[in-house]
Design a protein around this ligand. Sequence first.
Ligand SMILES: C[S@@+](CC[C@H](N)C(=O)[O-])C[C@H]1O[C@@H](n2cnc3c(N)ncnc32)[C@H](O)[C@@H]1O
Length: 259
Amino acid sequence: MRTINVIGIGAGSPKHITLEAIEALQHSDAVIALDKGDTKQDLLALRQTIVDTHAPGTPIHAVTDPERDRNPTNYRQEVARWHSARAQLLADTIRTNTTDNSTIAFLVWGDPSLYDSTLRIIERMRRECHLDAHVHTIPGITAIHALTAAHNILINRVGEAIHITTGRNLPNETPNNRRNIIVMLDGGTAWQDVAGDNTYIYWGAYLGTEHQTLRHGWARDIGEELATLKQQLRQQHGWIMDTYLLREMDHHTQPTATT
Ligand SMILES: C[S@@+](CC[C@H](N)C(=O)[O-])C[C@H]1O[C@@H](n2cnc3c(N)ncnc32)[C@H](O)[C@@H]1O
């Protein structure tokens, strides 16, 4: 039976990779790379650097995501069709390029448990395409941890809950969930929709990379400037990924690592 290593590679720096991840990569016969339509050159370069550094010569088989109808009449049906097409394509690539008892690595951005579909696709591949395999997941440093480390902050205050959401969902979150909220996958500037007098923002883009950009401040004070900066950076690099923490706190508080 095949073994599939689902390896978290960290969120941008080649130094994020763990010893466990390196070991799993070195024991893999091939890397299967699922390229989203919007995969950026810088991200592909990181994957190549990791393989060249730690397991030179390991073949990388890149699979480009099948086309997806973004405005379907039946959304659920289209998503199910797309997921099946992805699973089929991956299973075909694996069968064509590796033997029955080989070990395959999927290199996953950040950690495989956080807003990533690799484990879901593998599950579908096993169920629908009868490609059986042992799955072994290796955790990675997430964009959230790259953000908090870069700002030298904790995510939560003592005993408080933490909420993680997407830019699209942020405006619908309850005030309670917004006390310490991490926002990912924000194609726009969702912080502007929810900023109140007591909202503080810790923002980071291109975390872990040479382009890492950090800002923090009261969201009402710096929100507009941040929106312009995000637009400029996107133009400059051709892509952007940002993650931020919004924290509700008394406007008279001096923000520190733990407040
Ligand atoms: C599809 S999710 C993948 C998350 C990943 N699995 C993780 O553990 O961080 C992509 C989102 O992660 C965040 N992200 C990933 N890498 C980042 C980076 N280097 N800098 C800032 N945000 C990043 C952004 O919010 C981006 O929209």
